[in-house]
Design a protein around this ligand. Sequence first.
Ligand code: DAT
Ligand code: MG
Length: 168
Amino acid sequence: MKEQATLVIIKPDGLKKSLTGNILTRLSETKLKIIGAKMVKVSKDLAAKHYAHLKEKPFYSELIKYITGRLHGDNRVMALVYWGEDAIAKVRKIAGATNPEEAEPTSIRGAYGRILTSGLYENVVHASSSEEEAEREIKLWFEPDEIVYPLYPIKEITLGRVKKKVWK
Ligand code: DAT
Ligand code: MG
């Protein structure tokens, strides 16, 4: 088994339903380490980059409305990076299947997700599904200085008189 990082997002429905503490408690069962955590106001640009691979899907525009908070009237999400052995599979297991109706009832999505009349799966959390996806997503959602471990190669750039670390 391998040490990995994975991105978790508590989506706007998770926050609106006051499930933050509950979700963090469920995820603590994995014994993984949280190495990054923040509240994010999700822009259309960030949403489009995050879900770029789903652009052609019929539910894409609803999905963008969902993750940017326009379905719930609140554009906050909580983004977290978990680190440890087999992190991706461990988090995916507790999160449950994509379709909340098919998800194991005790998983986060099985317990708290639902299918909207539009057909969109409102499934409370995002969790990276592969190492490649985790790296792409963590680099998209977090800056190097926002994570306590040096996860991926970085470089220093100079903005005016300020030096800043960015992903290479
Ligand atoms: P996951 O979030 O399990 O990795 P995904 O990456 O395929 O699933 O899709 C991203 C989100 O899009 C998913 O969490 C909910 C929504 N979604 C996916 N497939 C869907 C479908 N067939 N109908 C409605 N919503 C869907
Ligand atoms: Mg996915």
